[in-house]
Design a binder for this molecule. Structure first.
Ligand SMILES: [Zn+2]
Length: 410
């Protein structure tokens, strides 16, 4: 984190850059910045349309104060505009405004023990049925929204569309008997775009659940600009949806309940996942294992195709199981890598004491960092965007569900 957050504004007059104002953020001059004759904003070297017209269809108030938790610091209040600038500068944080106090929620769950992979026949029978056709068709549509920003109209529309496709896939793939075990719900958030949760109930009475997660929202550095979010995190969204579809087709009846979570507002500071995790902790739900899929599509040209296993801010024992699953069921090896503080939604589960892990498309340095959070995060930007690579992650999600939840076989 830089000691000060700067915003560079270029008043645009008659097509000519007339002047350059370097505005230091302080509560006192924010009003001046926002009401001034500034039509453009430069964030991390990119220029964006910041005119009021470009901000229609959004319910984001740039002046609103939010409570932000960065690594190793006391929480600080900053405006939405300052949040945008901090994120553009690579700062990672939780927006804890709605979950400021976790007193009484933070869990000491003890150390769960995990089995070594043993359901080889069941897992391989399901992963054989995974396809790239479904994810491709879903992602073409899902990444065609102008943005899936959590405070935008199209963000809300895209979430409702995803919900309808999950319901449709469930209706097509599940037998009536299996359908009776499934619930599909929206976890409502005050900003309008909701988290979606599909749950397959289990027959076990040990009370512990298994969660597979991805985030359904997207953003540009300047949130009012186009954000197709094909890789971040449209890829993870359709990756776990394809695993869900294949498990239903296989008539998967788990021992422990298995939940698929599509979080809203990851890009706003892990807002959706914090709300869900805090709610589960408050209700004393026992989460046995949570696995996050955020960016699963990119294979950097000239770099060996690998699965990135995140090793920081994760549960080490569950990470070992994840590696075992990759060795046992995937066609490509893993590479250990790090992602930093508050990197994706698994961190919200860790914060309230649940065991969670994160798997990503490659080592962090070889990920699709040049395109995410830009208008170029598209399926067709490069042949490095690979549906075959995503399929490996669907295999991992299937293996995780079956091995950790167990399969009640008739
Ligand atoms: Zn993401």
């Amino acid at each position: 984190m830089k000691p000060f957050v700067f915003l560079f504004l270029f008043p645009f007059t008659g097509g000519i850059l007339a002047a350059t104002l370097r505005a230091h953020y302080e509560p006192g001059n924010l009003q001046q910045i926002l009401s001034g004759p500034f039509n453009e904003i430069v964030l991390n070297g990119q220029t964006f349309d910041a005119s009021p017209a470009a901000r229609t269809g959004f319910s984001l108030d740039l002046r609103e104060k939010r409570l932000i938790q960065m690594e190793g610091k006391a929480p600080v209040w900053m405006t939405e505009l300052e949040k945008i600038e901090a994120k553009a500068n690579g700062v990672r944080f939780f927006d804890i405004t709605d979950n400021a106090s976790l007193d009484g929620y933070t869990r000491t769950q003890g150390t769960p023990t995990y089995p070594t992979p043993s359901a080889h026949e069941q897992v391989t029978s399901v992963i054989k049925t995974l396809t790239t056709d479904g994810p491709r068709e879903l992602l073409e549509r899902f990444s065609s929204y102008r943005t899936r920003y959590y405070r935008s109209e199209t963000g809300k529309e895209s979430q409702k569309w995803l919900l309808s496709r999950i319901e449709q896939i469930t209706a097509e793939a599940a037998t009536p008997e299996l359908r009776a075990l499934i619930t599909i719900d929206e976890f409502a958030h005050p900003w309008g775009q909701n988290t979606v949760i599909a749950r397959i109930n289990g027959s076990s009475t040990d009370g512990r659940i298994v969660i597979l997660g991805a985030h359904l929202d997207s953003t540009n550095l300047w949130p009012f600009s186009p954000a197709p979010g094909a890789d971040d995190d449209g890829s993870g969204t359709v990756t776990i949806l394809e695993s869900y579809r294949a498990l239903l087709v296989a008539d998967f009846k788990p021992l422990r309940p298995v939940e698929f979570h599509w979080y809203s507002a990851e890009e706003g500071g892990l807002l959706g996942s914090q709300a869900v995790a805090t709610s589960y902790a408050a209700r004393e739900v026992e989460v046995y294992a949570m696995s996050q899929f955020d960016m699963t599509a990119w294979v950097r040209e000239g770099v060996q195709e690998e699965i990135g296993v995140i090793t920081d801010y994760v549960n080490p024992m569950l990470t070992e199981i994840n590696k075992n699953l990759i060795d046992a069921y995937l066609d490509i090896p893993y590479v250990e890598t790090k992602c930093g503080y508050a990197c994706s939604d698994h961190a919200s589960w860790a914060k309230v004491g649940y065991p969670s892990i994160f798997t990503i498309e490659s080592s962090f340095e070889h990920a699709n960092l040049a395109n995410i959070h830009t208008s170029k995060d598209r399926i067709d930007i490069s042949k490095e965007f690979s549906f075959d690579h995503m399929l490996e992650f669907s295999k991992l999600a299937v293996a995780f569900a079956i091995e950790l939840a167990g399969w009640e076989k008739s």
